[in-house]
Write a protein that binds this ligand. Structure first.
Ligand code: TYM
Length: 334
């Protein structure tokens, strides 16, 4: 039997991925690529919804791809490619926008957050249609599952709704995908503001752990992470969000259970615990960082790998797009 399909992606919106991307997504991707026919994209078209310097966007796109590979995504096994190299994404996004309700798109919480932060004049239409492009990404590949952090769940639900709507109007065309969300690591929080999601676009750098940062800098950020005055290493998301977040990171990176970590640090202070975590993070990130930087030393080879995989992706995507055009009654070239 052929393997089930998996689709996921990340925006090249910073020079480095952050630890939430790594724990909430990349670690799962690495494991899942063994049992799924996996497609992983660097979604550069999505990144255009924020202002970008062109040379920087190109660099960030390569850096994101290099981090996927450095973290264990194997481009010979999984289809790792750059979204804009497969034109079908933008084409299907247009098609899907014609079956999306204005109100439906207006209810997306990420859009609502951003538009309330920047106002309607500071918000571009691309941000509004962003989830439709994401739906196009997923549906083009007939994905069965979409592993993401919980901030993307609503977008995958919209994708399901659009797939079902299209199928019922035009006949069975899209597979209806399922989100896959690892509950305990679905959300890694900012080290300085442990009730806010850690994000590549955080206002302050002090709360974000970057995969490609100098290890000494990451260690320092962990030592300065916000905790509480109780002094006990104990998981309690409501009363102790800072310590709980650090425990989740510790457990995710070591594969250990939280109670065993609590036991290890029983009767010891936060200083010891943070030192232990800093060691775990530096040990995990160090080799990833080195591999990523080595890959970036040979951008021509990286570009060739990405181009090969874009061809593989396009052959799947174009098949779906053709069927969509045909079902909708767009006159095909003979
Ligand atoms: P992006 O680039 O914001 O994030 C990439 C992945 O990392 C997860 N993530 C987190 N997980 C846990 N804790 C955090 N603090 C944290 N921050 C980010 C995200 O949930 C995501 O899985 N719209 C998507 C990109 C996208 C996509 C797709 C994803 C475009 N098309 C198709 C899946 C399928 C995004 O902005 O991810």
């Amino acid at each position: 039997m052929s393997k089930a399909r998996l689709y996921s992606g990340m925006q090249p919106s910073a020079d480095s991925l952050q630890i939430g991307n790594y724990i909430g997504a990349l670690m799962q991707w690495r494991d899942l690529q063994e049992s799924y026919d996996a497609f992983f994209s660097v979604v550069d078209l999505h990144a255009l919804t924020q202002p970008n310097d062109p040379a920087e966007l190109r660099a960030k796109t390569r850096r994101t791809a290099a981090q996927y590979i450095a973290a264990g995504i194997e481009p010979a096994k999984s289809t790792l490619y750059v979204q804009s190299q497969v034109p079908a994404h933008a084409e299907l996004a247009w098609i899907l926008s014609t079956i999306t309700g204005f109100g439906e798109a207006s209810r997306m919480t990420q859009f609502k957050d951003k538009s309330s932060r920047y106002g309607t004049d500071g918000t571009n239409v691309g941000l509004f249609t962003y989830p439709i492009l994401m739906a196009a990404d997923i549906l083009l590949y007939q994905a069965d599952i979409v592993p993401v952090g919980d901030d993307q769940k609503q977008h995958v639900e919209l994708t399901r709704d659009l797939a079902e709507r299209f199928n019922s109007r035009y006949g069975d065309t899209f597979r209806v995908p399922m989100p896959m969300i690892q509950q305990d690591t679905a959300r890694i929080y900012d080290l300085q503001n442990p009730t806010a999601k850690m994000s590549k676009s955080a206002e302050s750098d002090a709360g974000v752990l970057w995969l490609l940062d100098d290890p000494a800098k990451s260690a320092k950020k962990i030592m300065r992470a916000v905790t509480d005055s109780e002094g006990v290493v104990r998981y309690d998301r409501d009363a102790k969000p800072g310590v709980s977040n650090l425990l989740v990171i510790y457990a995710a990176l070591t594969g250990r259970q939280i109670p065993s970590i609590e036991d290890e640090y029983a009767g010891r202070g936060y200083g010891d615990f943070k030192k232990g975590l800093a060691e775990v993070v530096v040990n995990e990130f160090g080799p990833v960082r080195e591999r990523a930087l080595a890959l970036l030393d040979d951008p021509a080879e990286l570009d060739r790998v990405l181009a090969r995989n874009a061809d593989k992706a396009a052959s799947v995507a174009n098949g779906t797009l053709d069927a969509v055009y045909d079902r909708m009654g767009l006159l095909r070239r003979s």
